[in-house]
Design a protein around this ligand. Structure first.
Ligand SMILES: *[C@@H]1O[C@H](CO)[C@@H](O)[C@H](O)[C@H]1NC(C)=O
Length: 334
């Protein structure tokens, strides 16, 4: 705009090029004229508009920055955590106090969480995935969240649960069918993996592994984007494991599918005061944590695909130890 004004002034000068200095000086004196003042006020408006834009940009920048710090990725899917685990420590919350009195050497003295990709092999994870798929294919909830316990036989079915072993009995399936459902090899891999997870947790949190028992909830889980039919299907709510199951000390998850490849959404999130910490599931990835209120968590709703995992709870109380899945061959002698 100012160059326009300048050109106009040049034209004025050119038109008057044959006249005397007086004319030229009159043109020059136009610098303080209303036209000049108008230019200056436009300039001012442009400047203040630019200042406003800058301020908005700065605010947007800081807002996105602070959003980033509210959600930290503890373990991303592209990472491979093969050395020492990614770990975080914290003071134990009050809800571990009672256990410390009852089980002084087994209850956690220090609390925290860790993630590792080197505890479970890819072939073990793939094997467990095939067990989960096979078992859950016999039932499955009508909503987006199904479970199967190989210890108790509990299996989600429509809006309820059935017992997979009783189901086998009542439908008079033959022993051969059961052998196909869970083979000796399946149970061997299951025991090997759950034992290794138990030892890994014991070492990490400094408790004797012999005092840790598998406990409820220990289930294969399947999360999908299916619409919930009943309240129990809504899995994306924040919770503290120990408030639901008071005797659980440690919770662990063996992921059997991969975020981004097998499903979207469905990330695991620790809800911390200052910032949330997310774990992106990955086939064979292990995450474990003390079950008290320091580790409040939520599973994001899956938006597509299917997410499989093995959830394993550990207790110090032998009263609440899960039955060995070997019970299978006791029910149906092979
Ligand atoms: C953490 O996640 C929860 C659940 O998604 C959410 O309600 C909360 O606002 C998040 N906290 C922060 C600090 O972002």
């Amino acid at each position: 705009m100012s160059s326009d004004g300048l050109n106009r002034r040049k034209r004025v000068v050119n038109r008057n090029s044959d006249t005397n200095e007086e004319n030229v000086s009159r043109v020059v004196s136009q610098e303080g004229s209303p036209e000049r003042q108008q230019n200056q006020s436009i300039m001012k408006r442009v400047m203040s508009l630019m200042a406003l834009l800058m301020a908005i940009l700065v605010i947007v920048y800081y807002m996105t920055q602070s959003n980033d710090t509210k959600e930290l990725v503890m373990a991303s899917v592209t990472q491979s955590i093969t050395g020492s685990p990614i770990a975080q420590q914290m003071m134990c919350s009050q809800d571990h106090n009672e256990d410390r009195v009852q089980f002084p050497s087994c209850a956690p003295q220090r609390c925290g969480r860790f993630v590792s990709d080197s505890v479970i092999t890819e072939s073990e994870a793939k094997h467990l995935l095939s067990v989960a798929e096979r078992g859950l294919s016999l039932g499955g909830s009508s909503g987006g969240y199904s479970v199967l316990s190989v210890h108790s036989g509990t299996l989600s079915m429509a809006n309820n649960f059935v017992n997979i072993y009783k189901l086998m009995e009542s439908t008079q399936r033959k022993t051969e069918d059961l052998k196909e459902l869970f083979t000796e090899k399946d149970l061997e891999v299951y025991r090997t993996v759950t034992n290794r997870v138990r030892k890994t947790i014991a070492i990490h949190f400094g408790v004797p592994s012999a005092q840790l028992y598998l406990t409820n909830p220990t289930v294969f889980s399947r999360h999908t984007a299916n619409r919930p039919q009943i309240k129990g299907h809504v899995y994306w709510h924040r919770h503290v494991d120990k408030r639901h199951v008071r005797y659980v000390q440690f919770t662990s998850l063996v992921y059997l599918s991969t975020y981004g490849a097998d499903f979207s959404g469905g990330r695991f999130i620790f809800i911390d005061e200052m910032s949330n910490q997310t774990i992106e599931p990955k086939l064979g990835r292990l995450s474990a944590y003390t079950s008290g209120s320091g580790n409040e968590d939520i599973v994001e709703r899956a938006t597509s695909g299917t997410r499989y995992a093995l959830l394993i709870g550990f207790t110090c109380d032998p009263m609440f130890a899960a039955k060995d899945p070997q019970i299978l061959s006791a029910i149906f002698p092979i």
